[in-house]
Design a binder for this molecule. Structure first.
Ligand SMILES: [Zn+2]
Length: 137
C-alpha cells in the first residue's frame, strides 16, 4: 500500500501536536495584534480550550489543523492509508468533539469562528475579513 505522504510531510504533520502553537496560529495572532484587536490565548476554562478569545466581542476563534480535524477537500485533511480504522476513529472523534464544543460555546452566548490552518496560510486578507464581519474595527 502506498502512503499518501512523503516521509518529510508525515513527520511534519505528526510534529503538529495538538495544543501546541502552530505557524498559522502565530500568523493569526500577529495579524490580530497588527489590527489592534485585544485577545487572550488558549483559554482553558472554555469548552475546547479555544486558541484565541476576543472578550470584547464575545468571540472565540479556533484554528483547526487540517489533519487533526479532517478538513474536507483538503490535501492535509485526508485519512492516512495505513491504520485506516485507527485514524478514522481518532480523527472523527476530534470532529465530533469540535461540533460539541461549538454548540456549548454558542449556548453560552459566544460567537465562534473556525479557521483551517490552510485557510490562514492562503490569505491574510480573507482571514481578517472573516473576523471583521463579526468583530468590526
Ligand atoms: Zn486544509
Amino acid at each position: 500500500m502506498v502512503d499518501i505522504w512523503s516521509k518529510e510531510k508525515r513527520s511534519l504533520v505528526m510534529s503538529k501536536i495538538k495544543g501546541k502553537d502552530t505557524l498559522p496560529e502565530r500568523l493569526l495572532r500577529s495579524l490580530l495584534h497588527k489590527k489592534g484587536f485585544r485577545f487572550r490565548k488558549n483559554v482553558k476554562r472554555l469548552p475546547g480550550k479555544p486558541d484565541i478569545v476576543l472578550p470584547k466581542y464575545r468571540l472565540v476563534i479556533f484554528v483547526h489543523g487540517c489533519f487533526w480535524h479532517l478538513h474536507k477537500n483538503c490535501y492535509d485533511g485526508r485519512i492516512p492509508k495505513s491504520n485506516i480504522s485507527y485514524w478514522k476513529f481518532k480523527l472523527q472523534a476530534n470532529v465530533k468533539r469540535d461540533k460539541n464544543n461549538v454548540q456549548l460555546l454558542k449556548k453560552a452566548g459566544w460567537k465562534v469562528i473556525r479557521f483551517w490552518e490552510c485557510e490562514i496560510e492562503k490569505s491574510e486578507q480573507k482571514t481578517i475579513e472573516k473576523i471583521n464581519k463579526i468583530a468590526p474595527k
